[in-house]
Design a binder for this molecule. Structure first.
Ligand code: MN
Length: 289
């Protein structure tokens, strides 16, 4: 199933290539604040699955191109990210230690945006903002100290994710946490439709130029290991989003560009516009203070 949010917090399923509005059947109030309806839906999804499919079959089909696609989980408990998770990207960033040691960092959840939302570049003259194409894991169950063997049972689904990054020496959290710096979408593909997350191709283009083209089998820390590692430190909650790290080919984006990410088979594709935003923090603080 392909589960999405659209048009101001409505919930949809993609059926026969069209969006079916299942907001009422999902029990989600689009006006709810904080917007945790999708977190609650993910936590109870198993029991509602057939009811939601029924509602989707009865709903009129909306053209995908006619709806505003929003980030699937706007208010997760955590947005976790894995650094440098492909050997070739470690080489291009000269950071073999990071890849060897593994670990994770967190981005602000308020950086999440959707497939129809623009990436807004901060006003930071002389600073490059890079794209990082990544597979997103959406957590389905609460878990702590999850074993590698059990890990995939904790995955609700997968999505395309762009981990946008201001390059430089400031803390990673500030460079990656600008609003709109984590587009996720265009929907969540539930895990039953992605039987092997290590058999995916992750591609990214800037306009028509191919920039990244990698296979998840080349991850240094694979999806089960990521779940095991993260849950050895934090309690994973339904709706948590984990960015699994990028491959080689990262590079700058500019105002007016369109960044397209495609993860196949079955995860999805989204094309996101890059626009000029305001402000930004441009004082270079040494990383080791
Ligand atoms: Mn990244």
């Amino acid at each position: 199933m392909k589960l999405l949010r659209f048009n101001g917090g409505r919930v949809g399923l993609v059926l026969d290539g069209t969006v079916r509005d299942i907001t009422a059947a999902a029990g989600v109030d689009p006006a709810q604040w904080p917007p945790v309806g999708m977190v609650q839906l993910i936590a109870s999804f198993g029991a509602k699955r057939e009811q939601l499919l029924d509602a989707a079959r009865r709903a009129p089909g909306l053209d995908l191109a006619s709806v505003h696609l929003e980030t699937p989980v706007p208010w997760p408990n955590k947005l976790i990210a894995i650094p440098v998770n492909y050997h070739a990207h470690a080489l291009e960033m000269s950071s073999p230690a990071i890849s060897k040691n593994g670990g994770f960092f967190v981005k602000s959840a308020s950086s999440l945006s959707g497939a129809s939302d623009p990436i807004l570049l901060p006003d930071l003259p002389g600073r490059a903002v890079h794209h990082e194409a990544e597979l997103a894991i959406i957590v389905g169950r609460r878990g702590r100290h999850v074993s590698r063997e059990d890990a995939l049972e904790y995955v609700f689904g997968y999505a395309c994710l762009l981990d946008m990054t201001v390059r430089g020496k400031q803390e990673r959290a500030i460079r990656k946490s600008y609003d709109t710096f984590t587009p996720v979408g265009p929907w969540i593909t539930t895990a039953d439709e992605v039987p092997d997350p290590s058999a995916l191709r992750v591609q990214l283009w800037v306009n028509d130029e191919s920039r990244q083209d990698a296979y998840t089998r080349d991850m240094i820390v694979d999806v089960p290991e990521i779940i095991a590692m993260c849950s050895s430190v934090v309690t994973l909650e339904p709706g948590d989003v984990i960015a699994t790290g990028t491959a080689e080919g990262v590079g700058p984006v500019s105002v007016g560009d369109t960044v397209t990410i495609d993860i196949s088979p079955g995860v999805g594709r989204m094309a996101v516009r890059v626009e000029q935003g305001q402000g930004g923090w441009n004082i270079a603080i040494p990383r080791d203070v």
